[in-house]
Design a protein around this ligand. Structure first.
Ligand SMILES: Nc1ncnc2c1ncn2[C@@H]1O[C@H](COP(=O)(O)OP(=O)(O)OP(=O)(O)O)[C@@H](O)[C@H]1O
Ligand SMILES: [Mg+2]
Length: 175
């Protein structure tokens, strides 16, 4: 994990070496979010966007079997400790559909919104959000870059960094 004060750089980067590490990241994120937060997920097919949502949902006491890419509907809602609204914009033919389908109402609904392919609908996302870029660095490894675009998201990042540091396993102090 590395941190950077430069706002053009990710707030920090997390190198996930396994599914278990992505789950650890997601659980720390679940403990750091607040109602109303919007999280943009950016990354190629198979980068791990849905995997991250599933692990985050599980940490918020949602049955992980409920979580799949919402292929034929724009949004799935899961009720856990905080309501989760899971968008997948991959199949939208026009980004305006995202706004027309009432995305703003979900942003105001007091849950956490997770938007797969957020780069496709960037103009319709709130100014203050958490962007998470995922990239496969091997079959089992993922680079996860976290970027806060406003003050609320910056507070989430700060809690996330603290939590990830706190639950470092003693047998692996550099993880
Ligand atoms: N360290 C890791 N973190 C996350 N996923 C991993 C990791 N290693 C391997 N994987 C695998 O990568 C795949 C990620 O698929 P996933 O459906 O989450 O991607 P996605 O970004 O949502 O793709 P799509 O754009 O098709 O919806 C899963 O099969 C998962 O098991
Ligand atoms: Mg997906």
């Amino acid at each position: 994990m590395s941190t950077s004060p430069n706002s053009n750089q990710p707030a920090f980067e997390f190198a996930s070496s396994s599914l278990a590490e992505t789950a650890r990241f997601s659980a720390a994120l679940a403990d750091s979010v607040t109602p109303g937060l919007v999280i943009g997920l950016i990354g190629n097919l198979g980068a791990g966007k849905t995997t991250l949502v599933r692990a985050l949902a599980e940490a918020l006491e949602v049955d992980p079997r409920a979580v799949n890419s919402p292929t034929y509907v724009l949004v799935h809602e899961y009720s856990g400790r905080i309501p989760l609204f899971h968008f997948d914009t991959y199949r939208l033919t026009d980004p305006e559909q995202f706004a027309n389908l009432g995305a703003d109402e979900y942003f105001e609904a007091g849950g956490v919104c997770l938007v797969e392919w957020a780069d496709r609908v960037a103009e319709y996302l709130p100014a203050d959000r958490l962007d998470i870029r995922l990239a496969a660095t091997s079959d089992t490894e993922r680079a996860i870059a976290v970027h806060a675009t406003g003050p609320v998201a910056r507070q989430v990042v700060s809690r996330l960094i603290t939590r990830l540091g706190r639950d470092r396993r003693p047998e692996n102090p550099l993880a």
